[in-house]
Design a protein around this ligand. Structure first.
Ligand SMILES: Nc1ncnc2c1ncn2[C@@H]1O[C@H](COP(=O)(O)OP(=O)(O)OP(=O)(O)O)[C@@H](O)[C@H]1O
Ligand SMILES: [Mg+2]
Length: 631
């Protein structure tokens, strides 16, 4: 983890080193001052030598000015180094996240990623600053001050050793309890952020279900927990200061007492005793800062680990070494494709008493092993699967074999969860197949450069998003060099031109974040236009006209047929009317192909298709509401 993070100090390494050097310089000066002061008292004041007073006084002033200069320089270099380090980390994390494939994204929650980019980086930044200042200054001060006290009076320096041992024990106790509370706080932060993020994003749904009170309650519970943990952690931290002061005063009394005896015995001078007092403060303050730095650093360790996780995540979908840079045509082949999103926990079938009984027995055995009442081997004799993780690979697509010519229009129909979205996600390589291969333009999608492939495949996602900015700016996501004319042309094709022209600002109308100021159907049409501007060889519309009325839907399809005949089109729809004029229609049933052919063929041969068509002809409902079909 440290190595991963350290790589990103980058060009701020020099500032870090200069900061350390300045801090060491400052510490040196701080140590020198009491030493010169002792000389001033002993050789100047005690002997009444004014020349010595001036000489040593000037030296003290010089040391103080130097300490100030070093201090300011150290502070400036440290803040430059730590802020630069933080900005490098954020930059690297952002780049890393942008390169994630869909399956990498599936692993993290959005709120979790935001916490990592903000709070976690700030923690590491503070800890780094602390490290290059306090972690250098305090040990240096401690060692130098100890050396000085030993050189002045080895006997009296024993008092410091005793004090340091006491303080060490007390601080270890405080730290141990504080860090365990702090590390729990961070996990809770993630929960809090995800609750805020989910609610603010879904505020309309929260309001329409009148769930405000429930959500406020949930939020309060989360902050209550954080409050409790913080109070607990801080209640240990606040002990730091009194313990410290107790030690300081005890030391001062002990040194005064013993020092007076030493002076009377002629083994110590007044000046030396005065400097010993200064060193007492130096040593004990260094110890306290050191302990605070440890708190910060141990707190930031958890953050550092979370940042390193993001940075070390390897994108699961990447361009190959010698990529193919051109997509020949829009043909698509699925050759015996099976696909799984990864391992998932197999749920217990709570309706099956046998399964529930087995589950409880297994839990009891696991508990017995955990408590050490039984070994794993003994437990395995009773249940061979005791070490089973409960995770298994669930295939959402099985044995898909399809061959689609360039320029064909393919309708895809199937109930919710029948893997329509999963199937088309494999074409632009949003996910990689688990088995078999997907070919575009006659070549495996894994051979293409990712940008080339994704530029050739225009996909309107089921959960589409517009970004804040004007309509023009949003459309140019598809093609940043598109002229105004081309933008309008795409909107005419997507039947979006009419409503855009009716806005007072036309194409310069601002879209709010998430596209909340346009209707669902309008948003869908804008997203289609955006995908069209890419002039893709393959166009995928994933239920993209679900919020558009049937007549507009039909005219969009007609425009596609006439204006972009060479583009291969995949149209996922819940409505028979949305797919029936396609060249061929694919009927999916729980991840397998149930039928593939024209509307007329399927009416004759495919039971599912026929029952849905009949039901929709009567009721006009969608796939899942067809009476003959169980959703
Ligand atoms: N990111 C994901 N991680 C894990 N499983 C997923 C993911 N996305 C979808 N699934 C699962 O894959 C299966 C197929 O989902 P998919 O979204 O492809 O269905 P669909 O036919 O598009 O449904 P709908 O008509 O509702 O859009 C479902 O069982 C779903 O739970
Ligand atoms: Mg879907």
């Amino acid at each position: 983890m440290v190595r991963t993070l350290a790589k990103h100090i980058g060009k701020y390494r020099t500032a870090s080193i200069l900061s350390v050097l300045s801090v060491l310089g400052e510490a040196g000066m701080d140590i020198l001052i009491p030493f010169v002061m002792a000389k001033l008292i002993d050789q100047g004041i005690s002997r009444g030598d004014l020349g010595a007073v001036y000489r040593y006084g000037l030296m003290m002033l010089l040391c103080a000015v130097m300490a100030l200069v070093f201090g300011i320089a150290g502070g400036r270099f440290a803040s430059r180094a730590s802020s630069g380090f933080a900005s490098n980390l954020r930059d690297a994390m952002y780049v890393s996240i942008q390169n994630y494939s869909f399956s990498n994204i599936d692993k993290y929650s959005t709120a979790g990623l935001i916490t990592r980019l903000t709070t976690d980086v700030t923690n590491v930044q503070n800890a780094y600053q602390m490290m290059i200042r306090m972690m250098m200054r305090s040990p240096a001060m401690l060692i130098l001050a100890l050396c000085m006290t030993i050189s002045i009076s080895p006997r009296l320096s024993l008092i410091f050793l005793g004090a340091a041992a006491f303080l060490g024990c007390a601080l270890t106790f405080i730290l141990k309890h504080a860090t365990s509370a702090f590390s729990r706080v961070f996990v809770k932060y993630d929960d809090l952020n995800s609750s805020v993020q989910e609610n603010v994003t879904g505020i309309r749904v929260v309001k329409s279900f009148v769930r405000e009170d429930y959500e406020i309650g949930r939020f309060n519970a989360a902050i209550e927990e954080i409050y409790r943990l913080f109070v607990r952690a801080e209640s240990f931290i606040v002990c730091n200061f009194p313990v410290m002061m107790l030690t300081v005063y005890t030391c001062i009394i002990a040194i005064s007492w013993n020092g007076a005896h030493e002076i009377v015995a002629g083994r110590l001078t007044t000046g030396e005793l005065t400097s010993l007092f200064s060193y007492t403060m130096n040593i004990l303050i260094s110890l306290m800062f050191l302990s605070m730095a440890f708190v910060m650093i141990s707190m930031s360790l958890a953050s550092g680990r979370r940042i390193a996780e993001v940075l070390n995540e390897i994108p699961s979908v990447r361009s190959p070494k010698d990529p193919v840079m051109e997509v020949k045509d829009g043909s698509v082949d699925f050759c015996n494709v099976s696909f799984s999103y990864g391992k998932r926990r197999v749920p217990v079938d709570w309706d099956n008493p046998e399964a529930v009984k087995r589950y409880h027995e297994k839990q009891k055995l696991k508990e017995a092993v955990r408590q050490g009442k039984m070994t794993v081997q003994e437990a395995e004799k009773l249940d061979p699967d005791i070490r089973g993780t409960g995770w298994e690979k669930k295939y959402v697509l099985r044995d898909i074999d399809l061959h689609i010519r360039s320029g064909e229009t393919i309708g895809i129909l199937g109930g919710t969860g029948s893997s329509k979205t999963s199937l088309v996600s494999l074409i632009p390589r949003l996910y990689d197949t688990s088995e078999g291969e997907v070919k575009v333009g006659g070549r495996n999608v894994r051979e293409y450069d990712l940008t080339v492939l994704r530029d050739a495949v225009g996909m309107v996602l089921q959960k589409n998003t517009l970004f804040s900015g004007t309509i023009y700016e949003n459309l140019r996501w598809g093609n940043e060099n598109a002229t105004d004319e081309e933008c309008r042309g795409a909107c005419v094709l997507a039947c979006a031109d009419d409503f855009i022209s009716s806005f007072p600002a036309g194409y310069n109308t601002r879209i709010e974040q998430g596209g909340t100021n346009v209707s669902g159907g309008q948003r869908q049409r804008l997203c289609i236009a955006r995908a069209l501007l890419k002039k893709p060889k393959i166009l995928i519309l994933d239920d993209s006209t679900s919020a558009v009325d049937t007549a507009t839907d039909a005219s969009i399809r007609k425009a596609f047929r006439e204006k972009i005949p060479d583009t291969t089109k995949f149209i996922i729809s819940q409505r028979i009317s949305g797919v029936k004029d396609a060249d061929r229609i694919l009927v999916l049933d729980e991840g397998t192909i149930s039928g593939f052919g024209t509307h007329e063929e399927l009416l004759k041969t495919n039971e599912i298709y026929r029952s849905v068509a009949e039901a929709q002809a009567e009721s006009g409902g969608d796939f899942d509401h067809a009476p003959g079909k169980e959703a």
